[in-house]
Design a protein around this ligand. Sequence first.
Ligand SMILES: [Cu+2]
Length: 127
Amino acid sequence: MAGWIRDRAVVLATATLTTAGVFVCAHLSLEASFPKKDETVSISPPTVTLWFTEAPQMAGTSVRLLPKGGEPLDLEPATAQEDDSSVVVLDVSETLADGDYEVMWRAMAQDGHTIRGDFGFTVQTAR
Ligand SMILES: [Cu+2]
């Protein structure tokens, strides 16, 4: 019993540390996106663009776009915008069919903290 409690405590402590390491970063966070979270767009978006509060380290930053419940689209890796490296752009080189999509992103701050998140949007071109 005591062993079980100790193991459980270790698991909880580890979970807490992991959560803090992943999600708590006072300076780097996602400020805005295109498309916006839960937005319905009437054209296939040419990019998925993420505005961060500071420039992330691109080596630890990635953006994936996938049809809801499907596989990530095979796109070129996201890049920092030339004139503002706090803006990360994923070029969407194919036309998205109508439907629900998910954006899964990860960004590494200059201090090495990694944050991640996801949001959905809908493409609806048909009237
Ligand atoms: Cu940080």
